[in-house]
Design a protein around this ligand. Structure first.
Ligand code: GLA
Length: 366
């Protein structure tokens, strides 16, 4: 093995590391994370896989240098898109699209004290981008677990780090929901998250013959560009007007001008729906769970104004197909719809059955 090959090792522990980040579905608790509220997401089987392997030419004498980079580099390949990126390991520069996630994760890991090594990252996935199933957090988590030397990193810290990638490198002022769901979920369970305390509680998700499915509305979203950041700013404005630290502390909202009053009403009623969902699940009352999905959707549509015509059409189609409850998932303004079907009612063609799978993990090393 040559000296450059030795220095091209990945993750410090093995020649090759493969990590998988799952997508997530949020059962209920939408736009509550950045308001210190409650949510109940779970990880799903679909996700993003990152393979990190020695990059023999990743030094100043190799391919990286030939492409104008001095010193050690990282090569990243987005296999599904047929695109490639090469950037200096020590000082990744800003970029757009999927490159922002990779460069941001590399930079934030190093800023947090992790030692990274030059390597080639190959990214593949089976999660649709922009469909509200959090392909972003799946990618960030898989990148982290493929790149860090130690496997037993603090996952809440890692979630915060991934969130900084979204906020500071991608420009989406998203909260911690997706990253905590993807990194801290457990198989067979939803994860009750209290965003004020970061208390995480696994909740058995037993559906007794009922079925959860998602279906893509066909309207893609970009949190960095759409109404998401605007809603976040409105919540901050409401906090300022109410003189409270977060909307978790909001009570009566009649002192607020519209649309701030509606925004606050969504957040406070959504927190209550998360608690109600916990009761519905604990007592096996899936009809009540379905009713809560409908109520959450109505609140997101009418009070939070986060729906679009394609999402409304998809919810309508699912209800006509026999769904007992249906709602938009994720940040809204497009993306997927989640629906709960009673036993013996078949979901429509194109619906994706979703069940709680394992969290982000290394698949194999060596
Ligand atoms: C997106 C964001 C999350 C959360 C949801 C809405 O998925 O990434 O942080 O705010 O929207 O619940």
């Amino acid at each position: 093995m040559s000296a450059s090959r030795t220095s091209a090792r990945c993750s410090g522990v093995a020649e090759r590391v493969v990590a998988r980040g799952p997508g997530r579905v949020n059962l209920i608790g939408e736009h509550t994370d950045y308001n210190h509220g409650l949510a109940l997401p779970f990880a799903i089987d679909r996700g993003v896989t990152v393979r990190a392997e020695p990059y023999e030419h990743a030094t100043s004498t190799g391919a990286g240098a030939a492409e104008g980079h001095e010193g050690a580099t990282i090569e990243a390949i987005a296999a599904d898109l047929g695109e490639r990126d090469v950037f200096p390991l020590d000082a990744p520069e800003r970029a757009g699209g999927w490159r922002a996630f990779v460069r941001g994760t590399v930079a934030e890991l190093q800023a947090a004290g992790h030692t990274l090594h030059p390597c080639r990252l190959t990214i593949e996935g089976d999660l649709p981008h922009g469909a509200g199933l959090s392909s972003s957090a799946a990618l960030e988590a898989a990148l982290c677990l493929a790149l860090v030397e130690e496997e037993d990193v603090d996952r809440v810290e890692l979630a915060r780090l991934c969130s900084r990638v979204e906020n500071d490198w991608v420009g989406a002022q998203t909260g911690l929901l997706d990253q905590l769901a993807v990194l801290c979920a457990s198989e067979g369970h939803a994860l009750r998250i209290d965003f004020r305390t970061l208390d995480l509680q696994p909740v058995p998700l037993e559906l007794g013959g009922w079925q959860l499915v998602t279906i893509d509305s066909g309207a893609s979203h970009e949190h960095a560009a759409g109404g998401y950041n605007e809603r976040r700013a409105e919540c901050a404005a409401a906090c300022e007007a109410l003189d409270i630290a977060s909307l978790r502390d909001a009570g009566a909202v009649d002192r607020l001008p519209e649309p701030l009053g509606r925004r606050v009403r969504h957040v406070t009623t959504e927190n209550a729906r998360v608690e109600a969902m916990m009761h519905a699940l604990a007592s096996g009352d899936l009809s009540a769970a379905a009713t809560l999905l409908d109520a959450s959707h109505a609140s997101l549509r009418d009070d939070y104004e986060a729906s679009v015509p394609e999402v409304e059409a998809t919810v309508g189609a699912l209800k006509r197909a026999g769904a007992a409850g249906a709602r938009m998932v994720g940040g809204g303004f497009g993306g997927s719809v989640l629906a709960l079907f009673p036993p013996a009612v078949a979901p429509p063609p194109g619906a994706l059955a979703v069940a709680p799978g394992p969290p982000a993990r290394r698949l194999r090393a060596g």
